[in-house]
Design a protein around this ligand. Sequence first.
Ligand SMILES: Cc1ncc(COP(=O)(O)O)c(C=O)c1O
Length: 378
Amino acid sequence: MHGDDQVAQWRELFPVTGHWTYLYAGSIHPCPKPVGDAMHAFIEKVENGGEAAWPGAFDAFGKLREAFARLIHTKARNIVVTESTSAAVSLASKLIAPKPGQNVVLNDLDFMTDSYPWLACHPGVEVRFVPSRAGKIVTADLMAQVDSKTAAIGLCAVTVGSGFRFDLNEVRAALGSRDIPLLVDGAQALGLVDIDVGSPKIEFLATTASKWLMGPAGVGFLYVDDRYLGAAPPSVGWLSAANVGDWDVRHIRLHDDALRFQGGMLNLVGVVGALAGLELVEQIGREAIERRVRDLTAYLLAGLEQIGVPIWTPRADRERAGIVFFRPKDPAALHAKLKARHIYCGHFLGGIRLDPNFYNTVEELDRFLAVVREHQAD
Ligand SMILES: Cc1ncc(COP(=O)(O)O)c(C=O)c1O
C-alpha cells in the first residue's frame, strides 16, 4: 500500500474527505479541488468578460480531446465530446446503423445506457442479451449469440453492478476475422483500467467525465474508429462544419474528423472541469490509481468474506476493477446505517456497491466493515 504521507497529500485534493467516507467514486465523483478551482476561475472569466472567455475555452476543448485520446492511446481526431455516456452510446448506435433483420448482442450486466438506444431507436433490430453467470459474462456464451446477422456487440468494460471486468482481448480473439464492431462502455473502467482502442481493436468507446475521470457531470466522450469518420452525422451543429467561418448558410463542408459529430455551443464550464479531471488522472498516474484501488478493493473483499456476506463481484484481480458489490441481509437498513455514520456508498439490485478510490484509507474501510459486521450480527 502507499505511504500515509502520500495518501494524506492526495486527500487534501478532495474536500469530500472532510465530510464523508466516500466509497462511491463510480457514481458521481466528488469534485476534486483542482477541478473546482478550474471551473470557478472559468466562471469568473465569463462573469467579467462574456465572449472574451471563448478562445480559452475552445483551446481547453482541443486539449480535452487530446488528453482523452492520450488516455485511450489514439488521436484527438477520433474523439467526440458528448454530454454523457448515454449520448455517446446513442450516437455510436446511429453510426453503426443496423438494418431491420440484423441483431446486436448485449448482456445482462449492461447498464440501461447500453440497451436503450437499440431498444428505442432501431425498430426491427433484434436485441440479444447474453445471460450472466455468478456476476460474469462467459465469452463462449457471448459468442453463442453472435451470428452472420450480428451488426454490433455492446458491453461494459467493467460492469456497473457486479463490477465484472471483461477480457477484451479474449472477446476480440473469439470474434476472429468476423468484422463486427465492438461498442465498449468504459464508464466504470477508464481512469483505472488501461484501454488501448488499437489493441485489441475497439470501434467505439463511450464514457463520461464524471466518474473515475473525476470531472463534472455533463461531459462525455465517444471514440470513433477511422472507418466511421466519413459517415453522415445523425445530427449536426455549427461546430460540425469546416466552412463555418465562411458564413455561408447555403453550403456545409463537414469536418473530416470526429468534429463532424459535434453539435453547437459546448458545455464550456464542463469542458474546463473535465480537462482538469483528466490532468489530475495524469498527475497521479493511472497505473498508481489502478494499483491502489486494486489493493483497497482486495482488502474490502477479504473483510466481507470474513464477515460471511454473499459477494457478487468476481474475486480474481483480472476480473474486476474498482467495484465491490455484496448482498447483506436487509440492504436498505444497512445503507441507512452507513449513511447515518457518514459512509457513502450505493444501494441497488438488492445489494450494496462500494467503489473506493485512491484517496480512501484502510481506516475508512475498517470503519465501513465494522458497521457491516454489526449489522449482520444484529
Ligand atoms: C457502466 C455505465 N454506463 C453508463 C452510465 C451512465 O452514464 P451517463 O450518465 O454518462 O450517460 C453509468 C452510470 O452509472 C454506468 O455505470
